[in-house]
Design a protein around this ligand. Sequence first.
Ligand SMILES: [Zn+2]
Length: 147
Amino acid sequence: MTNKDKQYALDLRYLRMARIWAENSYCKRRQVGALVVKGNTIISDGYNGTPSGFKNICEDDNNITHPYVLHAEANAITKLARSSNNSDGATLYVTDSPCIECAKLIIQAGIKRVVYSRNYRLEDGLNLLRKAEIEVIYLNPDDNESE
Ligand SMILES: [Zn+2]
């Protein structure tokens, strides 16, 4: 196995873990999971949901997501702000492509690679990441069941 193959296999594995992590989300419309990995160690994790101390309900009566719901990436990055670790040079694994608000956080957090598995309707987040010279990789674990 070349280093490239090894990285690919690891990327798929972490992405599958992010997908499993998304199952923690109590949001009904969409469940998103994120992992921050540095030096082959998971240093943070997140899923979309309300801030600490808020009721675990993401949607209002009309099935519209509350504006105070945090995205998985934002939860993973802000969790690091309360830890002794940091995301400088890390890789973010996320089930869905980041939105523009999360893309800004990813850039400022010093994350260097983003691996995701599902495209969001808007591409502006991905474009911003690319502009910041962050490596953006799309992988679909379902295409690689034998891996
Ligand atoms: Zn977002």
